[in-house]
Design a protein around this ligand. Structure first.
Ligand SMILES: [Zn+2]
Length: 446
């Protein structure tokens, strides 16, 4: 579509983003209805009738659909409208001002993920106005409660209104943005995400008077277990998506790193990747998390009185499972690390979500890679596993293939992960303008 005025579309996406930033949807409490109403009013004024779903007072969700000719199944573009809280005194700009300075729009959610929501909405409006003949229905969903996930958002929609969101493919956070490493520009497309297992590790012992110490003390047992967890690696698992990431990343890097990765892949993950391959600590840690189930102790609870040896002591564990690994397999791995005296330890599952892994040998994955390369001929699209979790855990229950695809072209040194949830969260206007074009090209021709 050569007749499109891309400057005007970029301006519109910026204004949409500023409008969203100015609505305070910090979760808790969320209050996302104001964002849903805002998006609905824009859709209405463009002749599109959205569906509004309030899952609880002030927890609003909005869904709209552009009809295709039905020759291919639908595509879903979804985003969450809630944001994480701010420490206002640590910001140099108003986190809810949506002000522009030096080419950046500042505000909570500009990156995660109102910027992406604005981009999706701008693409949706452009498709509608142009009257583009679509093969697929294109569904737009802006939903509540991702950041706190008390299930007032897309989880409830999936359960109660599955027909609204069922699609062949679904795009959302995290991926499609540029990642600069050395002189290379990668575009990780999220094709997998780890599961969560929030556990309590309970150590048990013999109660007693603290003035007469004994060694069957629950606090000491818990200390032993945590020390072992902190000192040990859980076993390495080479999943398909991690293999794909390392393969493509290595090919892109070339040189010593590329050869090192290729040689390591030939071991099929029987040994840990050699340290020399990754120079930066953050990439090393990220790769570690892509190859292992992980377990971070994040809290402790034991004892009621100084002079009583308690019979139980609890640690809170935030654990993450790789695709293909169940929570009980993870617990077995942790038990093996702790070692002796299994009967002393009990694991309580507080909450869990399953890991996800989607195929990369699809026409859509090819399409995404092709369009990225059209807009950045030096860019290298690669499949990517998110070590965190997104709303894809809900959306995938409908059978949708979920790709983290929110195209943005950052400047070297800017990293999505450093900007999301950060003080002075900001998105460059150029990155947004680039993303709208890429996403439009993807959606209008898929
Ligand atoms: Zn997010």
């Amino acid at each position: 579509m050569s007749d499109l005025n891309w400057n005007a579309i970029a301006d519109e996406s910026l204004h949409l983003l500023q409008g969203l930033i100015r609505l305070n949807t910090v979760n808790p409490p969320g209050n996302e209805k104001i964002a849903a109403d805002y998006i609905a009013s824009i859709l209405h004024s463009n002749g599109i009738a959205p569906i509004m779903i309030e899952t609880a007072p002030q927890r609003g969700n909005v869904v709209a659909r552009l009809k295709g000719d039905g020759s291919l199944p639908p595509l879903l573009l979804y985003s969450h409208t809630d944001v994480v809280p701010v420490e206002r005194e640590k910001w140099t700009m108003d986190p809810f001002g949506g002000d522009v300075k030096d080419g950046y729009v500042y505000g909570r959610g500009s990156i995660d993920m109102k910027g992406i929501g604005a981009m999706q909405l701008a693409v949706f409006l452009t498709l509608a106005r142009q009257g583009v003949l679509l093969k697929r229905d294109v569904i737009l969903a802006a939903t509540a409660d991702e950041e706190n996930d008390t299930n007032q958002g897309i989880g409830l929609l999936v359960r109660d209104h599955p027909e609204l969101l069922r699609a062949e493919y679904a795009f959302s956070e995290f991926g499609g943005f540029s990642l600069h490493i050395g002189k290379h520009t990668f575009y990780p497309i999220q094709v997998a995400e780890k599961g969560t297992a929030w556990l309590r590790l309970r150590a048990k012992g013999r109660p007693g008077h603290a003035s007469v110490p004994h060694d069957d003390n629950a606090v000491l047992h818990l200390g032993h277990a945590l020390w072992r967890i902190g000192r040990s690696n859980l076993p390495l698992h080479l999943t398909d998506s991690a293999r794909g990431f390392i393969e493509h990343f290595g090919n892109g890097m070339g040189g010593t790193v590329g050869r090192g990765m290729k040689a390591w892949l030939a071991t099929h993950g029987r040994i840990e990747p050699p340290n020399f391959i990754f120079k930066t600590e953050s990439i090393k840690r990220e790769l570690y998390a892509m190859l292992h189930n992980t377990c971070s102790p994040t809290g402790l609870k034991a004892g009621s009185k100084t002079n009583i040896i308690p019979s139980e002591a609890d640690a809170i564990l935030d654990c993450r499972t790789l695709p293909g690994v169940s929570t009980s397999q993870l617990i077995n791995e942790i038990r093996a690390v702790i070692g002796r005296n299994h009967e002393r330890y009990e694991f309580i599952v507080d909450s869990e979500s399953r890991p996800l892994e989607f195929p990369t040998d699809t026409p859509m994955f090819q399409h995404l890679s092709k369009i990225i390369k059209q807009h950045d001929p030096n860019g290298i699209p690669i499949p990517y596993m998110l070590t965190g979790a997104t709303d894809a855990k809900h959306v995938s229950q409908l059978g949708n293939i979920c790709y983290g695809f929110s195209p943005m072209k950052f400047k070297p040194g800017e990293r999505f992960m450093d900007l999301a949830h950060a003080h002075d969260e900001r998105l460059s206007i150029d990155a947004l303008a680039w993303g709208v074009r890429v996403l439009y090209d993807v959606v209008s021709t898929c």
